[in-house]
Design a protein. Structure first.
Lengths: 93, 410
């Protein structure tokens, strides 16, 4: 919830970029991905980088966001986020 | 300079572009002229979008804003400010004012640190004008095979502008550069969103910082820099990729140790030895396998034709476009109209300086009906040229694969 509020405040502060309604695909973990990732960037980044990243690459990306960019992601939530990205935006099985 | 004819053709093409009937290289299904070959997700998601002060550009991401210039605009050798591409790493981008802007010149490597204002930058230093290409390191990343993560740029993460400013060397000299200075680091006003995230900063080796072509610019094509291109002052490093062209400059710091930060390593690296010999950045060669990206590789683009375009047998077809490199100059541009079997020298156009796009043209008459595969290849005076196959690297940099467009004569 904290991150979600932060994202809302950020959007309000940058009106020139606020028009970013991007509907992610429905699926388990979608809300968590939406709120966590959009704290720093619009989630069109996810759609743009699809569907060619496999689980290992999505995981590397999420870990980079946490470790390098200091995204607020609980370690216990990482698998949910990676599962969602792999299932919805990974290569076709 | 640009001929009236070229200007007219450019104008006409923009009218066509804003219409909906244009076929070709562009994929129009998503409503934006996305380059074919980008990932499906990017093709589906990219749209024409408008930032304040800009015409509609191909929006790859909202926040941070990443917008590329549609290829049609490269029919003009100078890229207008309102269609010049936009690239940011962070979503926090303050709007600076000319009156309040200052830049600190400081660091262990200077004798006399001082603060620059825009008024003193304009009044106290000799002004210089230069035409130079700004090209994102990741231009054409979206065409990488296999695809690699990042902003999935097509052909338009670049532009060519006439910049006006002062030499960085003169500013550093005023501050009194010490002999121990090894690099000069730059920061801009944009910030990481999360506390502790890596502020976007870059450094140059001191020899490059003292190069007479490296400028602090406040004008672009005769107007103040657009906000989205670094207002009020940005660094330009002609010949080197856009990553070094720091926007919204706030500090310039002379360092006596190599700058150790995420955006220097591991970001913006190319594998050692995979690309032609270029300017080395030796103090940043901190691992055996990679080296900082520096110079732009030789490249070219066809701007007069689109994929699948219909032409008439027996009537001349104008193959036109631009070529550029890191500032060695373009020696030859060769065009093939038979899929690479034979090559013909294109006629080179106006010379706006060695760091500029170089226009070229070649006319041919299709003598028989059917498909004609048009290719273009530029070569610089060092003999460096373009590749037929992608030189793969994990960040998708330096894609200068020879462009191929197939047209149909009837």
């Amino acid at each position: 919830m904290k991150t979600f509020l932060f994202a809302a405040v950020l959007l309000a502060a940058v009106p020139a970029m606020a028009d970013e309604t991007i509907q992610l695909k429905a699926g388990n973990g979608m809300e968590m991905v939406q709120s966590t990732c959009s704290a720093c960037h619009s989630v069109d980044y996810i759609v743009m980088n699809s569907p060619f990243l496999d689980r290992a690459k999505w995981e590397a990306s999420v870990v980079k966001m946490k470790k390098v960019f200091k995204a607020v992601i609980d370690d216990k939530d990482v698998p949910t986020i990676v599962d969602y990205l792999t299932a919805q935006y990974g290569p076709a099985k | 300079m640009i001929s009236r004819r070229e200007a007219l053709i450019g104008g006409a093409s923009l009218l066509a572009f804003t219409g909906i009937g244009t076929a070709g290289r562009a994929t129009w299904a998503a409503g934006a002229p996305v380059s074919s070959g980008v990932p499906e997700g990017a093709a589906a998601e990219a749209e024409l979008g408008t930032l304040a002060g800009k015409k509609p550009l191909i929006r790859l991401s909202h926040r941070p804003p990443n917008y590329e210039t549609p290829v049609e605009y490269f029919k003009d050798v100078i890229t207008p400010n309102d269609v010049f591409f936009v690239r940011y790493h962070h979503g926090h981008i303050p709007e600076l004012t000319a009156a309040e802007w200052t830049c600190q010149i400081r660091g262990e490597g200077v004798e006399k640190p001082f603060t620059l204002s825009l008024a003193s930058l304009k009044a106290d230093f000799q002004s210089v004008e230069m035409v130079a290409v700004c090209q994102c390191s990741g231009n054409r990343r979206g065409l990488s095979k296999p695809h690699v993560p990042g902003v999935q740029w097509g052909y338009g993460a670049m532009g060519n502008a006439k910049w006006k400013g002062v030499r960085l060397k003169d500013v550093l000299t005023k501050a009194g550069l010490k002999g121990q200075t090894i690099e000069v680091a730059f920061n801009g006003a944009d910030k990481a969103v999360m506390t502790g995230g890596p502020d976007f900063m870059k450094s140059l080796p001191v020899w490059k910082a003292m190069d007479e072509n490296v400028l602090l610019v406040y004008e672009m094509n005769g107007a103040p820099l657009p906000h989205w291109n670094g207002f009020p002052v940005r660094l330009i490093v002609p010949g080197w990729t856009g990553t070094y062209w720091m926007k919204h400059l706030t500090t310039i710091e002379a360092l006596t140790q190599p700058f150790n930060q995420f955006w220097m390593a591991p970001a913006y690296r190319i594998p050692q030895g995979k690309f032609p010999l270029v300017d080395r950045f030796i103090s940043q060669e901190t691992d055996a396998k990679t080296t900082p990206i520096t110079e732009i590789v030789v490249n070219s683009l066809i701007t007069s034709l689109t994929e699948g375009q219909k032409v008439t047998v027996g009537h001349p077809v104008e193959v036109k476009g631009i070529a550029w490199d890191a500032g060695y100059g373009i020696r030859t541009v060769e065009v093939s109209t038979d899929g690479g079997e034979t090559w013909h020298r294109a006629v080179l156009g106006a010379d706006l300086g060695r760091f500029s796009f170089k226009p070229w043209s070649h006319s041919f008459v299709p003598s028989k009906a059917g498909k004609h595969t048009v290719m273009v290849k530029a070569t610089n005076p060092q003999g460096a040229t373009q590749t037929f196959e992608l030189v793969f690297n994990p960040a998708g940099y330096h894609n200068n694969v020879i462009e191929t467009i197939t047209i149909e004569a009837a």
